[in-house]
Write a protein of this length. Sequence first.
Lengths: 393, 47
Amino acid sequence: MLMTPAVGFFYGGLVRRKNVLSTIMHSFFILALISVQWVLWGYSLAFGPDAGGLGLIGGLDWLGLRGVGMEPNPDYAATVPHQAYMAFQMMFAIITPALITGAFAERKRFKAFVLFSLLWATLVYDPVAHWVWGAGGWLKTLGALDFAGGTVVHITSGVSALVAALMLGPRLGLGEEPMDPHDATMTVLGAALLWFGWFGFNAGSALAAGALATNAFVVTNTAAAMGALTWMTVSWAHHGRPSVLGAAAGAVAGLVAITPAAGYVNATAAILIGLGAGVFCYWAIQLRARLTRIDDALDVWGVHGVGGTWGALATGLFATLAVNPDGANGLFYGDPSQFLKQLVAVVVVWIYTAVVTWVILKVIDLVVGLRVEEREEVLGLDTTQHGEVAYQL
Amino acid sequence: MVEYVQLLAALGSFGALVVGWLMLPASAGLPAPLESAQASPRPARAA
């Protein structure tokens, strides 16, 4: 649960002073919004008994948590109460739309954000979670591996961020006036909290305190460390200085990339996955900024979309049955078909997410308008959307 | 066999980072206003 406020701090430090409260509010609000959505219908759509037998969406059997009690559900976690598993999965459902908010920071109307988050969780997150993790989900049946959310959390949020940034357009003054982070210390604090919280997500996905959780814990920490070191070094070589914010972003990129692989790869693979995250995510962001006018304000696509894609594909390369007998061998361990399964999952989730996100945003734009007025954007969203300011200095 | 290749690649990549740190610039340099202030001493205040 700490993860989502941590996202708020991470993003809050990166925006200008006039938008810090609204940015933190995005994460805090989603924590409340999706908590209720998940109990009412989200968990049922994502993890409920398959509707129609095609593996596309869960049914409404568990609406309002009817039938989700204290008895363990062997389809998901044979040793913990079903409601505990539901609550654990709720945290993934909450953080995913919160990640997207970095793309439209500093310019999205609050009302549009609320509608978007609710619709997106229902129409993108819940179905994709069912495909990958739900009993009978078609990607699960296919054999695609995603230990803790590389496709479900990071590709969906990263791709949606790109679409949202494209549709909202760049912030006023982009490239003409400084838009430096107003508080780098807040961002580093957020990154540190995320790093800590990630152990809960990845090691917790083993659903038991044992060997698999230990492996997930170790590779998570290793990849985060290697991501931080690599990003900092690449940015140092590129800009001539070892960036603090670069190290923080690199740690998050490493965490993102190891997420789908955490229960299937060993520690040396984690070093290589972290290395790839630092290089690929850094250059993806540089290329987006240089070659396009897409203003993914806080680089959600670069870190989560690219990092999640790399992690999902790397799982198909480095996975080994020696780590997890319930997993699979990847390409490097003799099974090229696993890489293809990962590729299918990546491509399908990219396309589905992009199309549905575009439709959702288009509808919201027609109904309430996506973007604040020009004057509101200049004054800042803290004042114009919430009537409050972050600092009385 | 694959484990050894992975281990070598991991050692190599970490080693490359360490070598990089030795070779990269030691300082980001002084901010521009400070540089110019040091280069040209402040003019004496008019009496």
